[in-house]
Design a protein around this ligand. Structure first.
Ligand SMILES: C[S@@+](CC[C@H](N)C(=O)[O-])C[C@H]1O[C@@H](n2cnc3c(N)ncnc32)[C@H](O)[C@@H]1O
Length: 334
């Protein structure tokens, strides 16, 4: 059978690793920031960065082909397009591409995708020798970068998440794995009668405390540094799992759900915010969850199956944003 040249070209472009790696190395070397303004010549830059000048020039020439840098009389310079990759650009790209951040390191585990496909398990520990969370615990820099990435990723969407659901039905809510507290702070700020309690690992919990204090919410927001595999603060009206379950395989997801189900008041709710496979989450993010965490973007029927052994019944599905849905579970009567 013959082939169509356009198809072959398209497939080659899709499969090429040069450009994704060039972007990552450029960001890791700090080129978008360093080449802003007057830019620099290859020779001085190579000395400064302690890299091989010829190879650096090849890298810069490839960046030039898709408009990240341009050659000027003062050497290579970052373009307005390339400036999106700066550390302070605020769009999350730098954290995603820098090889020494949690996000960038996680993405590079895709090199071992075949391991995940063969075994159904995360590729991250296969590549780095320990799982993602152990890696963060051992490397405070990775933890800082991950927390920053998590806080920034939904910053702009938080108002819609707060407005898209009637949080005021609950007098008390526990944000399980609540990160640095951005969402809980916004919910509490919008509903002055509500009280919140955030549970997360030590370093992140300390940041959450700062978030609540900075917004004058300290009186209504408690923070517990601890694991969601241990008993949770008991007796609240709602337990929120925002982008938690998709990070875990079924065995761990069951353990987290059982902690929520045992802690919630009998008439309370467990709330899950995620992309939901086939609704708001596509195959790319499903693969990311698999490769990095051994998790997955579960579909609605998989959520029903996962939660049933904990007596949790899916009551409503609310489409919050173009990326996230909220699933509301109640405890089955009796
Ligand atoms: C994907 S982030 C989501 C954070 C936050 N819910 C949000 O959506 O921005 C997962 C969170 O789970 C926390 N986490 C991971 N393992 C944990 C554990 N064993 N106990 C409590 N929190 C944990 C992480 O520190 C992180 O804040």
């Amino acid at each position: 059978m013959g082939w169509n040249d356009n198809d072959v070209d398209a497939l080659r472009r899709m499969a090429g690793l040069a450009t994704p790696m060039v972007l990552r190395v450029a960001v890791t070397l700090g080129l978008p920031d360093r080449l802003l303004g007057r830019g620099a010549f290859v020779e001085e830059l190579a000395v400064e960065l302690d890299v091989a000048p010829g190879a650096l020039e090849t890298l810069l020439e490839h960046l030039e082909t898709f408009g990240v840098v341009e050659r000027t009389v003062t050497g290579f310079e970052t373009t307005a397009f390339g400036a999106n990759l700066r550390v302070g650009a605020g769009n999350g790209l730098n954290d995603l591409l820098h090889s020494d951040t949690a996000g960038g390191r996680g993405e590079l585990a895709f090199v071992e995708l075949a391991h995940s496909i063969r075994t159904g398990a995360a590729a991250y520990p296969y590549r780095y020798g320990q799982d993602f969370w152990a890696d963060l615990a051992a490397n405070p820099g990775l933890r800082v970068a991950f927390d920053r990435q998590m806080t920034n990723r939904f910053h702009a969407q938080i108002p819609r998440i707060v407005a898209g659901f009637d949080w005021s039905r609950f007098a008390t809510i526990v944000d399980v794995g609540g990160g640095q507290g951005g969402l809980l702070a916004a919910i509490l700020a919008a509903h002055p009668r509500m009280h919140g309690h955030l549970v997360d690992l030590e370093a992140t919990a300390a940041d959450a405390r700062d978030t609540f204090d900075a917004r004058d919410l300290g009186e209504r927001a408690q923070v517990t540094a601890g694991s969601f595999f241990d008993p949770l603060p008991a007796g609240a009206d709602a337990y929120l799992l925002f982008d938690i379950l998709h990070n875990w395989d079924d065995e761990h997801a069951h353990r987290i759900l059982s902690r929520c189900a045992e802690a919630v008041r009998p008439e309370g709710r467990v709330l899950v915010i995620e992309g939901i496979g086939g609704v708001r989450a596509g195959s790319e993010s499903d693969l990311q969850m698999l490769v990095i965490f051994g998790g997955r973007e579960r579909r609605l029927d998989e959520f029903r199956t996962l939660t049933a052994p904990h007596g949790l019944v899916l009551e409503t599905v609310t489409e919050l944003t173009d990326q996230r849905c909220l699933l509301e579970f109640r405890l089955a009567a009796g």
